[in-house]
Design a protein around this ligand. Sequence first.
Ligand code: FPP
Length: 238
Amino acid sequence: MPKHVAIIMDGNGRWAKAKGMMRIKGHQAGAGTVKKIVKTAREMGISVLTLYAFSTENWKRPASEVSGLMSLLKSYLKSELESMLGNDIQLRCIGQQENLPKEVLSVLRKSIEETASNSGMILNLALSYGGRDEILRAARKMAQLCVEGKLQPKQITEDILASRLYTAGLPDPDLLIRTGGESRLSNFLLWQVSYSEIYFTNIKWPDFSKDDFFTAIRYFQKRQRRFGQTGEQVVVTN
Ligand code: FPP
């Protein structure tokens, strides 16, 4: 079983368009899939589920879509708090929290605080998140420490850099799923996915079912993870 699953939830807009509906209807249907997949991941014993809900680039979408997504997020957080508490789910957020509208931020912070001692699964929402921005911020912080004489450039290791990312303390994703038919990373967890297995599916996020999730997990379970070693070495060490 993968410990950490990350998902790029793509295809909401095209799903709605194909049905002759407004794009926001696709996002609303997508929020339903989020509830279903969070529940399934928790039941399966996955430790960390990271969902790409809003990227740093998504701010460039039409204002009506951005505000629709923000209010959807707010109502999701409000309606799901009880279920997170009941199912021992700890909510976390990665991304530029400071850029979120105040009313989203306050319900987000409340949910993070109230679920902080839960340990069944971490639900990690990527909000106003960009992989390059995350690495850039880490580089700036480390540069500042060097200027202050608290860190030497030669002391900077992969672990030190990783400890400055939003995901500090979390394992890297074992499996990255992207729905919606595109085969790209779209600025998601660029540092962290270096050895993740990647599963692309044409299914659009609103249609992504529990069975589709199981299919992705089975794909992962059939991979031989070599982390740069040879197949023979991995068989011997395992
Ligand atoms: C990408 O599809 C999806 C998003 C930018 C937003 C994802 C949001 C949700 C799934 C719902 C709200 C989230 C939570 C956590 C409740 P797209 O709009 O780019 O689709 P397209 O490529 O078909 O246009």
